[in-house]
Design a protein around this ligand. Structure first.
Ligand code: 5GP
Ligand code: MG
Ligand code: MG
Length: 197
């Protein structure tokens, strides 16, 4: 068990399981983008480790870029996504692979979707290490999913709780899972707003 700030977390997903998930996603991306020169677009901060592992395994030429988005969630149903660091290269006509740490409600993905549609990319696919099907509220297809997980709050391997835990090499989940997102992310103004990073 570990403690981050005021909360206790228990081991949930091992390094070996994370590695298997990465290998699976990377193999599929290699297959789908063979002979193309994709732009990998990592979503900061959470996806930095997953992005590096997927990109290291890509066998052809590729480019790497990042965006930074923040989402503020007062409740599970409301979500507003702001761009903290936008695109720094034109993506018109390019093959783009979005790399996310986790897809929860899908608000972040949906806003990325509109950004990429405006860019007139040739094709874009979405890769995420973790996916919470029970929490997902959108219809956008997620092309590569490392691992489906239940609707628990997790930390580690890039994912934080209020800034801490990103360096953990395995994933932990909140010990008392009775807490809802409303408590975790906090009501507006409570200082526990979450960055979609
Ligand atoms: P969305 O609801 O837009 O799909 O996800 C928003 C963001 O909330 C994610 O990119 C991630 O930063 C954060 N998030 C969602 N679920 C979790 C979780 O279980 N743990 C952590 N640490 N962050 C999460
Ligand atoms: Mg976060
Ligand atoms: Mg993210």
């Amino acid at each position: 068990m570990i403690q981050l700030h005021d909360l206790k977390f228990t081991p949930f997903i091992s390094e070996a399981e994370i590695n298997d998930a990465i290998e699976k996603v990377a193999a599929k991306i290699n297959e789908d983008f063979e002979g193309k020169t994709p732009v990998f677009l990592g979503v900061l901060n959470g996806a930095f480790l997953f992005a590096s592992e997927v990109i290291k395994r890509f066998k052809g030429d590729c480019e790497v870029n990042f965006v930074k988005l923040s989402s503020y969630q007062g409740t599970e149903t409301s979500g507003e996504v702001n761009s903290l660091m936008g695109l720094t290269q034109p993506l018109e006509g390019r093959h783009v692979v979005v790399i996310e740490d986790i897809v929860d409600t899908g608000n972040t993905l949906e806003s990325l979707n509109s950004i990429l549609e405006a860019e007139k990319v040739k094709e874009f696919k979405i890769a995420t290490l973790f996916y919470k099907p029970e929490a997902y509220k959108k219809s956008l297809h997620i092309d590569y999913v490392g691992m489906e997980i239940p609707n628990d709050f997790i930390v580690g391997y890039g994912l934080d709780y209020d800034g801490l835990g990103r360096n953990l090499t395995q994933v932990y989940k909140l010990k008392e899972s009775k807490m809802t997102n409303i408590v975790l992310f906090g009501p507006p103004g409570a200082g526990k707003g979450t960055q979609a990073t």
